[in-house]
Design a protein around this ligand. Structure first.
Ligand SMILES: Nc1nc2c(ncn2[C@@H]2O[C@H](COP(=O)(O)O[C@H]3[C@@H](O)[C@H](n4cnc5c(=O)[nH]c(N)nc54)O[C@@H]3COP(=O)(O)O)[C@@H](O)[C@H]2O)c(=O)[nH]1
Length: 518
């Protein structure tokens, strides 16, 4: 495995692991928030039930018309005690002292009430977990309203399950922040309620808390805090498991890329082998003079029928060859084969030209021109019968290119600008390179009759070539309508396309050329 592949694999694994940690962190946070919400709502509803019970009993006692602490009053208080399960006792307060209760009847020593934990504007008072004034050995909550006092059962909240150790909830009255009850192993202080910016939840800052606040009407709210934030607090084993899943996922996603790359790599390997073994073949497509209907030249096109990949399009393997320094031997093979195969026909038809495609890298190869000259000499072909088609796919150094084109022109070799109208193969390039021929891209030819923007551009190309002294070939002519349209607009144009002939091997070309054209 190459270093690059190992690096990419590592990157995919790291990205997968990190992505899984992020997803795990997000869902852990969501889960913890849900848990907090659920417990806060539960604690609030439970507390509301207790509060309703206490205040219900107070209201009933307040509405009683019986003389406080009379036998009738005590009887009513006792009934109330039976009906409200969360209260331990209910009594009357006269002059700040408990005078009687449902359980103890009229008290002889009438205990004085301590200072309340909270006093409210409506004169009601609350004592939070205070030593029993009735001399009982436990603490209890007390609520006084008017002359009624209620002792909350010390077991009132026994039915409520405690929150997990990382969560705390306090139930409060929002208008005066009176804390009715707190649940959890720690106290919620105001620092814990400071909300952090949402991005902070993704970072391992200390003291981050999840918050939740919920209310029942305007009088009772619950504020909850969860200290566990996302994956940072998960056990190591869980973090390792999540990361492991992410790494596997990253590696799995990498596989198709790797396989594609391997395939491409092996395509390069096989292409190199095919070039060395001269397994590439050539086909030839005629170029027609639209006026005389005569074949004035042929373009040679390379073909690769691979045992492993089947028929591979030149678009694919030429690009591969360009990227992997195989274009030089490939072009040399194309030139050698084309000139050798076409030699008899080019000798027979001396006016006919042979067009060969060059990659732009080929033009910059100083050894190519001597090679072409040598090959033409060996095959008895005049250099002025040769046309080299170049397509520019990148801007490149057009000044140097112009010099190279000039050197080819001096040798009588024609340089043709292929795919004219697309990419960098445009008017500016034509001006700089002084090319003798342009080949208008087939996308323009095929726009004829469509009324598309390309057709408008084609009309502009027509008027341009009329004014320039440059041979123009229209490629991709497939229908008579396209041929007629081109001929009307540009009578001296040349055409190439399936309307006349598809690319063919030498024996077929020989037969084709021997048929007199109308
Ligand atoms: N550097 C080299 N490039 C080469 C060589 N051989 C080919 N090529 C370039 O590969 C591209 C694809 O070529 P190919 O698949 O051979 O297609 C050519 C024709 O078959 C096709 N064509 C011709 N007539 C028609 C038609 O009427 N309709 C239609 N849809 N397609 C048609 O066009 C291609 C010729 O294009 P061009 O070269 O622009 O004239 C292509 O870019 C080749 O240049 C090589 O040896 N070296």
């Amino acid at each position: 495995m190459s270093k690059q592949i190992t690096g990419l694999l590592l990157l995919a694994a790291i990205c997968g692991g990190l992505a899984a940690l992020c997803v795990g962190h997000y869902f852990a946070m969501k889960f913890q928030q849900k848990e907090l919400e659920s417990y806060s709502n539960y604690a609030l509803n439970y507390s509301a039930k207790v509060a309703k019970d206490i205040f219900g009993s107070i209201q009933e006692a307040k509405q009683s018309s019986a003389e406080p602490c009379s036998i009738e009053d005590l009887a009513k208080l006792r009934t109330s005690l039976w009906e409200h399960k969360f209260i331990k006792d209910i009594g009357r307060v006269i002059d700040g002292r408990v005078s009687c209760t449902a359980e103890w009847g009229v008290l002889e020593d009438k205990p004085t009430l301590p200072e309340p934990t909270s006093s409210f504007p409506d004169q009601s008072k609350h004592w939070l977990n205070t030593d029993s004034v009735l001399g009982l050995p436990y603490q209890t909550g007390m609520d006084q309203d008017g002359n009624v006092i209620v002792f909350t059962s010390p077991f009132a909240f026994d039915g409520l399950r405690q929150p997990p150790s990382d969560m705390a909830v306090k139930v409060l009255r929002p208008e005066n922040n009176f804390i009715y009850r707190s649940f959890g192993a720690f106290e919620i202080d105001s620092d814990m309620l400071v909300p952090l910016p949402s991005f902070a939840m993704w970072l391992p800052f200390p003291n981050r808390y999840l918050h939740y606040r919920t209310c029942i009407g305007p009088t009772l709210c619950a504020v909850g805090v969860n200290k566990v934030v996302g994956a940072y607090e998960l056990p190591l084993s869980a973090v390792l498991m999540i990361t492991g899943v992410g790494v596997c996922f990253g590696v799995m996603l990498f596989c198709p890329f790797y396989i594609r790359r391997m395939k491409r790599h092996s395509m390069i390997y096989h292409l190199r082998k095919a070039i060395v073994r001269r397994e590439l073949s050539m086909v030839y497509q005629p170029k027609m003079d639209l006026n005389s209907k005569k074949v004035i030249g042929v373009e040679s096109l390379v073909r690769w029928h691979s045992h492993e990949f089947g028929m591979v399009s030149p678009d694919t393997f030429i690009e591969l060859a360009e990227r992997h320094s195989l274009i030089r031997p490939l072009t040399q093979l194309v030139i050698e084969t084309s000139l050798f195969e076409m030699s008899p026909l080019l000798t027979k038809y001396r006016d006919m030209s042979l067009s060969i495609n060059l990659s732009i890298q080929d033009l910059f190869d100083a050894s190519l021109m001597p090679f072409i000259c040598e090959c033409s000499k060996q095959n008895n072909i005049r250099t002025d019968q040769l046309v080299f088609e170049i397509t520019e796919r990148s801007a490149g150094d057009s000044h140097e290119l112009a010099n190279i084109v000039a050197r080819y022109t001096e040798q009588g070799i024609c340089i043709s600008l292929d795919d004219f109208g697309t990419g960098y193969s445009n008017l500016a390039w034509l001006g700089r390179l002084n090319a003798k021929e342009i080949k208008v891209d087939k996308s323009f030819t095929q726009s004829i009759g469509t009324g598309s923007i390309n057709q408008t551009m084609l009309d502009a190309i027509f008027s341009l070539v009329q004014r320039l002294n440059v041979r123009t070939v229209f490629e991709g002519v497939e229908t008579q309508e396209q041929a007629d349209y081109i001929q009307r607009a540009c009578p001296n144009a040349l055409a190439q396309g399936w309307l006349y002939a598809k690319p063919m091997i030498i024996p077929q070309l020989e037969a084709y050329l021997s048929i007199p054209k109308a």
